[in-house]
Each structure stands twice: as C-alpha cells, then as structure tokens.
Write a protein that binds this ligand. Structure first.
Ligand SMILES: Nc1ncnc2c1ncn2[C@@H]1O[C@H](COP(=O)(O)OP(=O)(O)OP(=O)(O)O)[C@@H](O)[C@H]1O
Length: 327
C-alpha cells in the first residue's frame, strides 16, 4: 500500500506456500498454493481481502497470524517473523480471529470449549488486564447479555462473545477471517464501526466475500483481491472509486469472473475426456501400499505442533484409529 510512513507494519515479500504433507514437507511436484505474493500494510490501513472460495485468503491470514511456517523474510509483522517470534501473539500485539474460534477460545491460557455451561460474564470477565471502559463498549457494541449461558445460545450470539473476548485487549495488527458471517446486519455494522473507530495507528486486515462490501463503503481504506493464491489487485478505496472498479467489486463481478473461468476450464477438461478437476498431488510423501503406511493409520495426518490434519476425506475417517471427528 502506498504510504508516507517509512516502515510497513505488515510486510509480505514474494510469499510462496504449499500445505505440507504428513511429513511436514510440500508433496513432491505440487504447485505452490500461494505464489509470488507481496504486500505492505502501514499504520492506519484497514484492508479488505477479497476473493472467491478457495482463493487462499484464509491461508494468507493464517500465515500472517503465525500459524504456518514460512521463511522468516517472506512475512514480517511489526518487523518480526510471525511464526518464529511467538511473543508477537502472546503479547497481544498481533491478534488473529478466525474460523477455529467457532468451537474453542483461548481462555486464561487454555483452549476452553465455547459451548460449555458457563456464563458470558464469566468468559468475558475472565480475561485479565483489560481496560474496563473498552470491555463495556465491546459488550454494548456486540449487544451481549452477560447472563447468556454459552451452551444454549445461538451460533451468532456465541460468536459475539468470542469476538468480544478476542478484541478486549488492544492490538497493533488485527487479522479477521470472515468473523462477521454469523452476525446479523446490525451487529455487523456496529462491529465494523467499532473497528473503524479503533484502528488509528493499528493495521486491520480482514477477509470477506465481495458481497459484504456493499454496506462497507466507509469501512476499508484498501482492497486486496486474491485469485488462485496470487495477488490480482491492491488499491486504496479512493483510487478504486476513481477507476470505477468499486462497482465491479461491489457486485462481486471480479470474483464471479474468476469462478466462471474456473467452471469453463472444468467444462473444457470434461469435453476432452479428462477428469473435471485437475489431479491433486497427494499430500504425503508416504508412498507405496497404503495398507503398509502405518504412520498414516496411526496419526490420521496430524503432525506435531499442527492444529489441523492435512489429510481429509472419508478414506481417512475409515482409517481413523480413534474415531475423533475433525474439521
Ligand atoms: N490444511 C490444509 N491442507 C491442505 N490444503 C488446504 C488446507 N487448507 C486449505 N487448503 C487448500 O487451500 C486452498 C485455499 O484455501 P483457503 O481456505 O485459504 O481459501 P479461502 O480463500 O479462504 O476460501 P473461503 O472463501 O472458502 O474461506 C483450497 O483450495 C484448499 O483446498
């Protein structure tokens, strides 16, 4: 992003990323999911990351949030490597709110289920070292009833408590991955107002489907459009308005174009007698007879220190040795 400030708060330099296989390495022959991606965000930027499903938005936000390892020079947050410098997140300077929050929330240092029989008050007040005025404002903005019991509220209400807890402490860089999808129109508008008011020197990077841009004219300062893991457009909203691309964005035409092209490609492949979907490179280096690949049976694709299995699908649930259903 263009800025008068000297050093960016978030810097992505030629980022390349492939999800690792079971052995922690990219599968041989795989094409990087994120390629040649560079972006700089400066103090005060409120940036919206848009793109079709599967474009790579969540992956980029997770990399910035330090959840996937990349080479330290590729991603710098506040001048530090998000993955290697864990103090960035533990200090609260870097805050990532994503889909995983649907089930658990980091609470007093533990991952606590957000669906257990506990009051919203206990959850929210359990976060220490918080400015009481900020806490009260967030409770008001998110319209939270402190007497809610977490096990019998709606998804949207549970989500509001999660968002509140995530925003209680001031951050310098805030990463939001589609956190507003469960919120009703009013709650979404109020939250965006709060974020806008509170992002002065901070940086906000939020992913969102282009359709939600319609109510957001005053919200973001910049737009970043991603397709197939590559940066397609990065522009200030003012510039976007000038070049009239905003109407394209608002109507979701850009993302729609990308989806239509993908459908066309699939149709052409089918017409040529090829499989409709391009062959995925298997996400593991364990080769040979699957029955002998004991490692896969034993750990279902979980690798040390990783929150998610890199293997998915019925086949792996059949192989499951402990029958725990994973997302
Ligand atoms: N843990 C994983 N292991 C392997 N591949 C993955 C993993 N997570 C996502 N992918 C692949 O990476 C691609 C990009 O996914 P990502 O979640 O970043 O997209 P997105 O733009 O956030 O999509 P959406 O709008 O649907 O949330 C997808 O094609 C998906 O198949």
């Amino acid at each position: 992003m263009a800025s008068s400030q000297s050093s960016p708060m978030v810097e992505i330099n030629g980022l390349e990323f492939t999800y690792p296989g079971i052995d922690g390495y990219p599968p041989p022959g795989s094409t990087p999911l994120i390629q040649d991606f560079s972006l700089s965000l400066f103090s005060g930027d409120r940036c919206l990351l848009v793109g079709a499903n599967g474009a790579g938005k969540t992956t980029i936000l997770k990399i910035l949030g330090g959840k996937h390892m990349v080479e330290p020079h590729m991603v710098r947050v506040l001048g530090r490597s998000a993955f290697h410098d864990t103090n960035l997140t533990s200090s609260g300077d870097l805050c990532y709110l994503g889909g995983e929050w649907k089930r658990d929330v980091a609470f007093a240092g533990f991952e606590v289920s957000i669906q257990m029989d506990v009051s919203a008050e206990k959850m929210i007040n359990g976060v220490g070292g918080v400015d009481p005025a900020r806490r009260a404002e967030l409770i008001k903005v998110l319209d939270i009833d402190l007497s809610w019991r977490m096990h019998n509220v709606s998804d949207g209400q549970r989500r509001r408590v999660q968002i509140c807890m995530g925003l209680l402490k001031p951050y310098k860089v805030l990463l939001l991955d589609e956190i507003t999808v469960d919120l009703d129109v009013l709650a979404r508008a109020d939250l965006l107002k709060f974020l806008k008011k509170n992002v002065k020197k901070e940086v906000l990077l939020s992913s969102m489907q282009p359709i939600y841009l319609m109510g957001l004219r005053a919200g973001p300062s910049h737009i970043v459009y991603v397709a197939h893991g590559r940066l397609q457009l990065s522009m200030s909203m003012d510039k976007l308005r000038e070049t009239s691309n905003l109407s394209l964005m608002n109507s979701g035409v850009l993302a729609g174009k990308e989806i239509n092209e993908e459908r066309k490609r699939r149709k052409e492949r089918k017409a040529k007698g090829l499989p409709e979907f391009e062959k995925q490179v298997e996400g593991t280096r364990v080769v040979g007879d699957p029955a002998k690949a004991a490692v896969r049976v034993m750990n279902n694709g979980w690798a040390a220190g990783r929150l998610h299995s890199t293997l998915a699908g019925e086949e792996n649930f059949t192989f499951s040795s402990n029958r725990v259903l994973r997302q």
